[in-house]
Design a protein around this ligand. Sequence first.
Ligand code: PMP
Length: 355
Amino acid sequence: MKHNFGAGPCILPQEVFQEASQAVLNFNGIGLSILEISHRSKEFEAVIAETERLVRELLAVPQGHSILFLQGGASTQFAMVPLNLLPEGGKAAYLDTGTWANKAIKEAKKVGETVVVASSADANYSYIPSAYEIPADAAYFHYTSNNTIFGTEIFDTPKSTIPLVSDMSSDILSRKINVSDYGLIYAGAQKNMGPAGVTLVIVKDELLGKTGRTLPTIFDYQSHIAAGSMYNTPPVFSIYVSMLNLRWLKSKGGVEVIEQENIIKARTLYEEIDRNPLFKGTAAPADRSRMNVTFVTEDKAHEAAFLELAKERGLIGLKGHRSVGGFRASIYNALSITGVNALVDAMQEFEEKNK
Ligand code: PMP
């Protein structure tokens, strides 16, 4: 048995893979593959409608916020957010907490004035800056709720008088959020929502159409809202598999139930990292992510040997991102406590071997 700790694309529930593979051969018994039906067919209309309903229900998305399924990944949102929300001559505020936040900042700077309110680049993004001021005259404040590479997460919604925009690519659907606190939320699907290829956007309608910019249609949220995410051919299969995964999450009891599991999984792993003298965590304890657990060996010479042992035990995808080194265990919704326990066992076995 393999336990997949990959950061994304990543593990999804086995039953989702099973059902998706069936639908590739014969979707809903109609004698056609999900891959060959029209996105305008009534069958797919039902899929996209149910996916939207499930997102609305699981995240309690209020009326007045639209739900979109777009292409181009979260990286396209780095550009679409300022194009749609930053008025000509206005400014936007950003918090710099890692590689992805930084990429979002770079794109915003191409569109208009961009103020970076704080950064933790000085300590290789190992913590979340806490003392900063958000300019009250900025059009919005952007932050990355979970820093996939550095293993830090922002649990408390920043207090802001201006609209909040958050890149939730790697922690959406892992814990409860209050969507009405946000002007816009975006997330590449390929962690907790579904496979790569679709990006979720949740946007407060009243914020749109106010920049004075003329946008290419494909970059304008309003054209996607008007077309119900069907302005052009949507990523049919990615949306379908996301729907299956959202059904799975709902059947488990939803976000609140999975959040409790995620808390236990993360606690179990961090406790072992803190206890085991051979390992140490890289993120500031107060800012530790529940989704991406980053750690290193105290002795650099142990690194390759532990990876080898992990591989032998079926623990896959643990190699840390090159900008942090060491290990990263991504423990998304579909990775069960059994997987975490298997990793903890391997760490204890490694400790025994190196006594
Ligand atoms: N933001 C975050 C927090 C991410 O983790 C990632 C990818 N892992 C991205 C943005 C970029 O997403 P994409 O590859 O979908 O453009």
